[in-house]
Write a protein that binds this ligand. Structure first.
Ligand SMILES: [Zn+2]
Length: 61
């Protein structure tokens, strides 16, 4: 199996993610749990819910 010659750095991935989040706000859906806007196929940023389960721990207190 081929292996990528150079993996994208964390900074580069985050740059891409930031650009996607900036320029594609219309693709966002409301979170079914809390109603906050959320990117499709991503856990909710405010409550961490994904597909009717807690995919990510809540930001405690
Ligand atoms: Zn939510």
């Amino acid at each position: 199996m081929a292996v990528p010659y150079g993996r994208k750095s964390r900074a580069k991935s985050r740059m891409h993610r930031a650009a996607t989040m900036k320029y594609a706000p219309k693709a966002w859906n409301a979170c079914p749990n809390c109603g906050e806007p959320r990117m499709p196929h991503f856990a909710c940023g405010s409550c961490g819910a994904y597909k009717n389960r807690q995919a990510r721990p809540l930001a405690a207190d």
